[in-house]
Design a protein around this ligand. Structure first.
Ligand code: HBI
Ligand code: FE
Length: 300
């Protein structure tokens, strides 16, 4: 399965992974040594290319928390960051760590790490010919996209709650619903700051083309975040999102983390689901998209 333009693999493959797509892990929790000393000059150079490209684009586009997190972490253009140095700063800040994994890990393993405030990050970096095109989350997506946001207390608690909620949702057979919430927040979320609309989702922040599309393009819908609505909304796995959901501030995620999703799952069971580009009568629409980008693709 290929994920075009974003740095992420799609949910069906991710959910199917436990069935055995990857080689058997060395350790039961799937962690490996990052092997920082083994990165080659070429690999560091790919990081630098990606870092510099994104850093030019993100001022005025990434949210304040992202910028602050980046500033306070040992992440720079010259080298792929060392997870031990990242973890030292994160641990001091709010008890999170970054652990290395070979790529996608089974859902339950992923959730178990998050529930314990360990962020599993791919240790490998994409090849020079796949700067915008990648199957699995690599070190650039995971470290550049996710780790700065983990410095924020609301995101830190929210992602832990997602890990705990993921384990519950798996048992209830409703993981697809919860995964949509993660997708439309942690991966592709937008936040309304006083000085404008900003990116906080790692799938956007680590993608050059989607950064521009999500904020500046007339094509996608931008809709005020509503939990139940999002749980019922499919997402694009192979291309830019057709709709983005906008939160008022990051503390809204903390409120989300405190909600018991159990009754919600029951309420929406058997209810209709929505296609990614559909607008609903109840939506608080911030931007009604032209839909042009995806219409052109469908016509092609
Ligand atoms: N593994 N390394 C890694 N990164 C992810 O984002 C990830 C994963 N395994 C499963 C998974 N995500 C998801 O599909 C869950 O969030 C539902
Ligand atoms: Fe991600």
């Amino acid at each position: 399965m290929l994920r075009q333009l974003n740095e992420h693999a799609d949910a069906p493959t991710r959910h199917g992974l436990a069935a055995g797509a990857a080689a058997a892990p060395q350790r039961p929790d799937w962690t490996i040594d990052q092997g920082w000393d083994r990165y080659t000059a070429e690999e560091h150079a790919v990081w630098k290319t990606l870092f510099e490209r994104q850093s030019k684009l993100l001022p005025g586009r990434a949210c304040d928390a992202f910028v602050a997190g980046m500033r306070d972490l040992p992440i720079g253009p010259e080298q792929i960051p060392d997870f031990r140095a990242l973890s030292e700063v994160l641990m001091q800040r709010n008890g999170w760590q970054v652990v290395a994994v070979p790529g996608l890990v089974p859902d339950d393993v992923f959730f178990e790490h998050l529930a314990n405030r360990r962020f599993p990050a791919g240790h490998f970096i994409r090849k020079p010919h796949e700067l915008d095109y990648l199957e699995e989350p690599d070190v650039f997506h995971d470290v550049f996209g996710h780790v700065p946001m983990l410095m924020n207390p609301a995101i830190a608690d929210y992602i832990q709650a997602y890990g705990e909620g993921g384990l519950r949702a798996q048992k209830l057979g409703v993981l697809d619903k919860l995964a949509r919430v993660y997708w439309y927040t942690v991966e592709f979320g937008l936040v309304q700051q006083a000085d404008g609309l900003r990116i906080y989702g790692a799938g956007i922040a680590s993608s050059y083309t989607e950064t521009v599309f999500a904020l500046d393009d007339a094509s996608p819908n931008r809709i005020a975040f509503d939990l139940e609505r999002v749980m019922r909304t499919h997402y694009r796995i192979d291309d830019f999102q057709e709709s983005y959901f906008v939160i008022d501030d990051l503390d809204q995620l903390l409120e989300l983390a405190r909600i018991d999703f159990g009754p919600l799952y029951q309420r929406i069971e058997g209810q209709p689901e929505y296609q990614p580009g559909t607008l609903l009568p109840g939506d608080r629409v911030r931007t009604r998209g032209t839909g042009r980008y995806h219409a052109a693709k469908r016509a092609a």
